[in-house]
Ligand binder design. Sequence first.
Ligand SMILES: *Cc1c(COP(=O)(O)O)cnc(C)c1O
Length: 405
Amino acid sequence: MKRRDLIKNLSMLPVAGAAGSLIAAEVKASPTPAAKRNLFKELGIRTFINAAGTYTFMTGSLMRDEVVEAIQYTSHEFCLLDEVQDKVGAKIAELCKAESAVVTAGCFSAITLGTAGVLTGNSQENAAKLPHLEGTGMKSEVIMQKGHAIGYANALSNTGCKVVVIETMEEVEKAINNKTALLWFLNIQSDQGKITHEQWVALGKKHNIPTMIDMAADVPPLSNLWKFNEMGFDLVCVSGGKAIRGPQSAGILMGKKELIAAARLSMPPRGSTIGRGMKVNKEEIIGMYAALDHYMQYDHDAEWKEWEGRVATINNSVKNIDGIKTEVKVPTLGNVTPTLHITWDKTKMKLTSKALQEGLRNGDPSIEIVNNGDEHISITTWVMKKGEDKIVAKRLKEEMMKGMA
Ligand SMILES: *Cc1c(COP(=O)(O)O)cnc(C)c1O
């Protein structure tokens, strides 16, 4: 969707739907018709072509038209939050071959809330006690592999639990005790641990301890949406606002029925819980469903070819510049999309990657790429809009030629 159209859609918001005629009068009466407003410009906010990928600091991904339409549509009626979660959860569970599901405020919040559910079980009283576990009788430890213990593990300690880090099968067997609540696995770091997915699930079954996997950025491939449920993980956490292009502030927690029900005890509309600040309303919940429903249906092969075609356009514009090396790679874990890596000989192209990044950022239109340090940048095309690859190809070449002078 073009930014212009998004703004138009946003401004159309009050006139669509059931309340249309009533609110249309207000729109007419407003001195500046909202349709004419460019809020980014008014607020002085820089927008840019995203040749980097789905980064929270770059506002993630762009919601599909279907999602924005769902948000607009649902914003005109009241309903019960729990009923929205019940009905949407059932649909998402069906699509992802899980027992049950709930929409959360992102993958991070799915991890926190899923862990909360594991700790509290089916007790609203327990949910009100988090993040204080001491003396409550609740379990209090989560085990993970050393290679998985990156910043996102804070989502677990938000519940008050302690993270126990191990490396080998022998160590995990030793670490498990009667306080162990959960075995946590981080898919994107699965090559950084000694224990495989299947072994992790088996450990959980053997000791009767739930297992959870964070696969936030691991669609595509589409099949990952059910792979880990089928593998036997009790809880699976996904980001809604990455490749699925749902609301950036939405995600999915899915898995065992009783654990999802328990997680919801820490979620709105129940106040006095750690999840009260992780609210998603009907618009995000149904927007998440609309995004997933669409994601399940469209032609992923055609989309992949389009991404590759865009990468080729950009690659072709710069690959023959003297001293430059380009390579298209597909990461095996996380953001599995064609990625163009560009490196260069600094005696030939006298530019640092930082200078190149800033040149593109400060140009018109502004473009964001990934700076890998030294003489290495990378570019992806999966969050670009149609035609932006040609602009990036032209601008990248222009900036690189500055280094050849
Ligand atoms: C993005 C990401 C998260 C956080 O997901 P949100 O949907 O932004 O909350 C967690 N874990 C991993 C591995 C991620 O890539």
